[in-house]
Write a protein of this length. Structure first.
Ligand code: PMP
Length: 392
């Protein structure tokens, strides 16, 4: 039977960028230990106090259908959090709770793009972006941010791609590059999206992991509130990746339609997960800082190691839980380097090519193992890189 064109072409050219990750998992399944520095999964699990809140909520009977837009208390708390951090007036009516940031990305594009519309996004990008855009029938259009500019996007490049486009998706702090967009970049982006009447979808799931800031939320810039859909999630900030709890903050009329979309698709987020999410947010900023701290420390550790040699160049991450390394001096692609490193040293990193053309010749190291193991893995990686140059 012929499946829909939309689902059969979700991955575009057929490579979804997860090849190395899967190869590493197969190695592990076959009994070979691998140091996995691939995905953005914390090395700590969800804190037991949050699990206790989830358990207590479920045991008290909160196992039926939950409010589809999200429970009032959680929507209020998200609104207050966004308002407190950004200064921008935000109420419950601006907020819908979603099954994680990923569902929010899909829903935001669904709300803004029609079939065949061009949806812009910045390359390098989080691996799901083009597929998410195709999933709503829109056409993904990458705009390159350059390694030489610390992967800050250039508003002029966005402007070139903007005529006729419908939306722009940005992500600061950025995965995979760690770039935190500065005032010049953000103001430039705000100017371009207003000039070309684009929606701005702002993926801010790493907003608690900012090492060199400040984090600028574009919804706060003049004229931006009415055209911005801001995405947040508890996955990264509270080590709750498996709970699937995120949100979209949007103009009220957009939120109303998003609620219709949720009603006709996922039917909201489990009530006991929302109760746990509410409890987690009420733990406050100290808790969030505690979850973020190991990544700040490990970022420093990687930059120190990289500074001791000349082959591999770091693009210093200003935020998020990754280090982006330029390995072009080895003459290898990120993919070649990644697979060779995996096969020889059983260390798994993500090839830059998994995140688009602009990250070719780079690798992304997730800072998601303990410090000693990370130090050893990065030292091995750097030594491996220097041997590739000597061998060439
Ligand atoms: N956006 C970015 C940039 C991400 O890195 C991720 C997860 N790795 C997500 C969104 C989705 O996160 P979640 O669905 O777990 O909230």
């Amino acid at each position: 039977m012929q499946q829909s064109r939309r689902i059969s072409t979700l991955n575009g050219d057929g490579d979804d960028g997860w090849g190395l990750f899967i190869a590493a998992r197969e190695m592990i399944a076959a009994g070979t230990p691998v140091t996995e520095l691939t995905i953005g999964e914390h090395d700590v699990r969800t804190d037991p106090v949050i699990l206790d809140a989830m358990h207590a909520s479920a045991r008290s009977g909160n196992t039926g259908y939950a409010m589809i837009p999200g429970i009032d208390a959680l929507r209020d708390t998200v609104a207050a959090r966004v308002q407190q951090r950004s200064g921008q007036k935000t109420t419950r009516d601006n907020v819908i709770i979603t099954p994680g940031g990923q569902a929010a990305l899909f829903m935001a594009h669904h709300a803004t793009c029609d079939e065949g519309d061009r949806a812009l996004f910045i390359d390098p990008y989080y691996a799901t972006y083009p597929g998410t855009i195709r999933a709503v029938g829109a056409v993904p259009v990458p705009v390159k941010a350059r390694s030489a500019h610390g992967f800050q996007p250039d508003p002029k490049e966005i402007a070139k791609a903007a005529p006729g486009a419908k939306s722009l998706l940005i992500n600061s702090p950025n995965n995979p590059t760690g770039a935190v967009y500065g005032a010049e970049t953000m103001n430039g982006i705000a100017r371009v999206v207003q000039e070309h009447d684009l929606w701005l979808i702002s993926d801010e799931v790493y907003d608690t992991q900012v090492w060199e800031g400040p984090h600028i939320s574009p919804r706060t810039l003049p004229g931006m509130e009415e055209r911005t859909l801001q995405i947040g999630s508890l996955s990264k900030s509270h080590a709750m990746t498996g709970s699937r709890c995120g949100w979209i903050v949007a103009p009220e009329d957009v939120t109303e339609n998003l609620i219709q979309l949720a009603t006709n698709t996922n039917y909201g987020v489990a009530g006991f997960v929302q109760a746990a999410g509410l409890f987690a947010l009420e733990l406050g900023e100290d808790f969030e800082a505690r979850i973020a701290e190991p990544f700040r420390r490990r970022r420093g550790l990687v930059l120190d190691l990289v500074a001791q040699q000349q082959i591999v160049r770091a693009i210093p991450a200003q935020g998020a839980m990754y280090a982006m390394l330029d390995i072009r001096a080895t003459g290898m692609t990120g993919e070649e380097f990644g697979f060779a490193l995996l096969n020889k040293h059983h260390i798994a990193v993500m090839p830059g090519e998994s995140f688009g053309q602009a990250a070719a010749g780079h690798i992304r190291v997730a800072l998601t193992v303990d410090d000693d193991r990370l130090r050893e893995a990065v030292a091995t990686l750097l030594d491996f890189a220097s041997k590739q140059v000597k061998a060439a």
